[in-house]
Write a protein of this length. Sequence first.
Length: 266
Amino acid sequence: MQNPPAIHFNGIEQVFKGAGSAPIHALTALDFTVGRHEFVSVLGPSGCGKSTLLRLLAGLIQPSAGQVEVFGNPVTTPRDDVGIVFQKPTLLPWLSVIDNVTFPIKHKQGRVGEAHRKRGYEMLDLVRLGDFADKQIDELSGGMQQRVGIARALLLDPDILLMDEPFSALDALSRDEMSLELLRIWHERPKTVLFITHSIPEALLLSDRIIVLSERPGTVRDDIIVPFDRPRSLETMADPRFNEMANSIRRRLFSHPVNAAAGGMA
Ligand SMILES: Nc1ncnc2c1ncn2[C@@H]1O[C@H](COP(=O)(O)OP(=O)(O)OP(=O)(O)O)[C@@H](O)[C@H]1O
Ligand SMILES: [Mg+2]
């Protein structure tokens, strides 16, 4: 039998029933798979359910119908083999850099053993923050703080890494730099990555595939294979097909009048 995919969104419906307000249908008939060690980006208009699908996959919420599967098993609770990097790094400013990286273990087990501490330092080396382990969080730049968030997500060596617009708070230069850093890390430590972004070039530079969602309720509108050779670099963006693909995705995203009015895609 063929191995199950790393991730399978299987007929997902997500309806939020607000207290006293009309229910919000966030996702409908959502169906796609991600293979092991594939890098897949999700693009879609604001409010179409991107963060919701990440929270479903992380086991933080349960779908109204359908099933989210990780390696063939339904996701019912948060799992150690799924790491998450949020839009804001959500670090604890009163802890040092290394203590932030090892915090998930402290939270789970009450203490951090030598092996996890060692692994924390290794992850800081991987994100090039080895010299900053004992610094306080507010001594770091925004990009460096985001790297701490990545190191923390990698601490338990998850098979799956979920990233929700992780670089959107950074300036354009740091953003390009972090994209290349992420490619390097992914190359050194292959992971299955589900990456949410509003940036079409970022999705094209990083991904094997791009899932384009419709406006709410979100469903898969396009599933696009990104053909550029790896390893990729900023040179990849000079490939004439890069601009062609970016334009065609942009046209698809903005072909609906609601999206055209909403804007917001880079
Ligand atoms: N806990 C919740 N309770 C009620 N409604 C919610 C909840 N979480 C999300 N929603 C609604 O579900 C829809 C999808 O939200 P979600 O955060 O997934 O969108 P998104 O695609 O990530 O948007 P953005 O690009 O702006 O981050 C929105 O209309 C939102 O208001
Ligand atoms: Mg979101």
